[in-house]
Design a protein around this ligand. Structure first.
Ligand SMILES: [Zn+2]
Length: 233
């Protein structure tokens, strides 16, 4: 087998392993990224606090209306009990009744406002809860897919590693250290295809003397621009 062909085969194993490994890193990053969920949960917590506050206001408004209604009851009972006969006293009770009723409508108006505010806050909280659930559901589905993809990639990496090991142990590779050094200095791609006398990594035109060397099974040729080993494609 030609020198560049042997190295190109190793390069293909390594590239597949590198691509799968970098996809696994991407997946890990997505799996730990829960910013969206945390933001939605914060909005829900805030909406819940507002809702609790509005509920308290409403409860207090209801209590005030209840207490005031008791006062009106007492006034009415006294007024119509027949026990009070003094006209001045009856007039006072009548005036008090009017004033109590006038104020009751103010208190009821406040209670209604508190009710509307509470309903509004309930809507906000419900919407925030729906959003949290929806984000959580989407995340769960996405994570399940990613975990299964990751599992597939891990299996594929271990398969390719086994193939690579078996290839390395069955083949004489005199240029392996050159290959390894170039992998380090060339971003993982040490061997590149030469297609129509161009380097497929950097696009440089390969002078015909070098292209001829690249096609020779006994020689190694390098791209004059990116320095990678050329393998005729
Ligand atoms: Zn090149």
């Amino acid at each position: 087998m030609g020198r560049s062909k042997t190295l190109y085969q190793i390069q293909q194993y390594n590239t597949q392993i590198d691509d799968s490994s970098s996809r696994i890193l991407e997946i890990n990053a997505i799996l730990i990224d829960n910013d969206l969920l945390i933001k939605a949960q914060k909005i829900r917590t805030d909406a819940e606090a507002v809702l609790l506050g509005k509920k308290k206001v409403l409860t207090s408004a209801e209590t005030i209306v209840g207490d005031h209604s008791l006062k009106i009851d007492q006034n009415q009972k006294k007024l119509y009990s027949g026990l009070v006969t003094n006209p001045k006293e009856l007039e006072d009770l009548q005036l008090e009744s009017e004033s109590l009723n006038k104020y009751l409508s103010v208190l009821e108006e406040r209670q209604l406002e508190a009710m509307l505010d509470m309903e509004e806050a309930q809507k906000e909280f419900d919407a925030a809860s729906v959003e949290v659930t929806s984000i959580q559901t989407n995340m769960d589905a996405e994570h399940a897919n990613l975990l299964s993809e990751k599992e597939g990639l891990e299996i594929s990496i271990s398969d390719i590693n086994a193939q690579k090991e078996s290839y390395l142990s069955s083949t004489e590779i005199p240029d392996f250290s050159t290959y390894e050094a170039l992998r380090k200095s060339s971003g993982g791609i040490a061997v590149t295809l030469m297609i129509s006398n161009s380097c497929s990594s950097c696009g440089a035109n390969i002078p015909s003397a070098i292209a001829q060397e690249a096609r020779s099974p006994t020689k190694l040729a390098f791209c004059p621009t990116c320095k990678r080993i050329l393998h005729p494609g």
